[in-house]
Design a protein around this ligand. Structure first.
Ligand code: 6PG
Length: 275
């Protein structure tokens, strides 16, 4: 009787193919579901504004060391308002001498179009606590032109993803209405998609004339810290982070912030009280 090895071969082949498929299918499924480079968001809750200030100083000093080691400079974009005071720990002894300030490139995410010595100037606020122009439109054009010069001289890179300037670290505040920078819920500047810097002449938050980075620039940053302290921000924080807000309503500007690297929310107990 001729021994037919054919069925045995089929059985072995079926076993081997089944084994390979059992390994491959989960791998293909995980690769298909993986979201390429999905930016990360972290929410850190602290007991007090003082605790936020301590953590924010360490976070910023660590990023400063990382980026200066990687690229020889550290481009930092600051919001105005209470953020500057919450950065106060960075100029205390622990970091004052260890941070390589000479490699920092400091920018403002927005500025009030007032003389640099005006009480409302973010520059004055930062130059006091931490570091004016013709029209708001002219100031916006000037600021954008200066950033373009820094991009041309390769001091500020362009994001390969967005083709907008890519800052290392942005520190943003938020208003009770959910605005960030000078991008307000009820103003059109929040929808600007081409300009790097735009202007507003009727800011709901005084003073009315301001210039501001646009969302394409903000969302091209490597790291963004949303520094949110105080009970007056609890509602907006809940709307953005706690799934609040009316279904179908236009998201708050703060909800549209994303970083190409990591977005970290620093909340004190009061701001996080409704989460
Ligand atoms: O120039 C500004 O006013 C800021 O850039 C603005 O976006 C600020 O960060 C928020 O309004 C929060 O301000 P406070 O921290 O002062 O509440």
């Amino acid at each position: 009787m001729e021994y037919n090895a054919y069925p045995i071969f089929i059985i072995y082949a079926t076993i081997i193919i089944s084994f390979i498929l059992a390994k491959l299918i989960p791998l293909i499924a995980s690769m298909a579901s993986a979201t390429p480079n999905k930016p990360k968001t972290k929410v850190l809750k602290f007991g007090s504004e003082e605790d936020v200030a301590v953590a924010l100083a360490k976070y910023t000093a660590d990023l400063s060391e990382k980026y200066i080691k990687e690229k020889g400079s550290f481009s930092v974009v600051l919001s105005g308002g209470t953020l500057i005071d919450t950065l106060r720990k960075l100029v205390e002894a622990q970091y004052k001498d260890s941070v390589d300030w000479s490699k920092w490139l400091i920018f403002w995410v927005d500025e009030r179009v007032v003389p640099l010595d005006h009480e409302d100037s973010n520059y004055l606020l930062a130059s006091r606590g931490f570091l004016s122009k013709e029209s708001p439109e002219g100031a916006a054009d000037d600021y954008e032109e200066r950033i373009k010069q820094l991009v041309e001289s390769k001091i500020i890179p362009i994001s390969n993803t967005s083709c907008f300037p890519k800052f290392d670290h942005m520190l943003l505040g938020m208003g009770p209405d959910g605005h960030v920078a000078s991008l307000f819920p009820t103003r059109t500047q929040r929808y600007e998609k081409k300009r790097w810097v735009t202007f507003i002449t009727d800011s709901p938050k005084p003073p009315p004339p301001r210039i501001t980075f646009t969302f394409p620039v903000i969302n091209s940053a490597s790291e963004i810290a949303m520094v949110i302290t105080g009970a007056e921000l609890a509602d907006a924080t809940k709307t953005v982070l706690g799934g609040g807000g009316d279904p179908g309503s236009v998201p708050l500007p703060a909800a549209e912030v994303s970083a190409e690297g990591e977005l970290t929310w620093f909340l004190d107990k009061d701001a996080a009280s409704k989460l």
